[in-house]
Write a protein of this length. Sequence first.
Length: 369
Amino acid sequence: MASLARRNEFFVVFAEFDAIFKAITNLTRKLNIVASNGQYGLGTYPSTRLRRNRGDGFSRRMVAENRLSADDFIWPVFVIDGNNRREPVASMPGVERLSVDLIPAAAAEARSLGIPAMALFPNTAPALKTPDAKESLNPDNLVCRASKALKDAHPDMGILCDVALDPYNSDGHDGIVRDGVIVNDETIEILCQQAIVQASAGCNIIGPSDMMDGRIGAIRKALDGAGFEHVRIMSYAAKYASAFYGPFRDAVGADSALKGDKKTYQMDPANSNEALREVAMDIAEGADMVMVKPGMPYLDIVRRVKDTFSVPTFAYQVSGEYTMLKAAANNGWLDNDKVVLESLMAFKRAGADGILTYLAIEAAKLIQD
Ligand code: PBG
């Protein structure tokens, strides 16, 4: 009996030892894997070869993490006065300013390609620009006429309009200028009226691009007060003082008007944490969607915004980005179609839900092919 008890004891001790031994082996194995694969622990060469899935088109498609679709695009279009007029924008090869009567046909093409929304930007005649930017409140101004024409022809096409005073301001600034200062609160009062004027003209998404503090909350309240509680706000939340806007200012005719720069209201390109505060405040004030701008040089901001807030996040591939790409492609230095799609995919990978891009039409066609 005594020897039997001892034998059982031996087995118990042995089993314990065995379990401990196995645990240690497992742990060492795990640590090994962790060491060779960073945080993932998903396998090691040669049993794991990441090139296998890349080996054929079918499996590359199966494992693709992001996909581009026309749904991702918002197409910005420049509007000019007159009839049956198209005017090339010299600094943006391939982009034209269109007169209001040509907007419905442009929208028809966008619509047939599956693009959900267009952004309208007016090239306002210099004679209409004043220090109080009062043309911004004219219900019959260029952007309002374009909006109405588009909405009448294509009620299901989304329309985004900038709220900011720069197209109408003889100083070229997004806000009212007093003694060299872009005044915040006084500007907001005008922006609120501008938003209502544009909503009345059929604009579905108000895009405050002015970077005044507190404007989202004020505009939301103003829209609601005027019965436009269904009109969305896509806030240009993290908008940087960027030299990449150069060709846009040429396209809307604001470059000659602008006195100085926009550094006292647009963000410093050196900053990233500050972008999160801007976005947080705009969401708290009622923004339905937020935007980061410019795009490709600021994809780190897109990723941080998306990861931090998980709200609909958009990015603007701005005029200068378009111009760089086209300049190189037109010289034969880059393959146009490939860089067009690669540049847009980069936005998706960074977490953007959508992209404002002058490439919308050609990219949508490329995706279809
Ligand atoms: C106006 C506005 C700008 C852009 C969009 N809205 C220019 C600016 O802030 O000076 C830039 C778009 C682009 O470069 O494509 N507030």
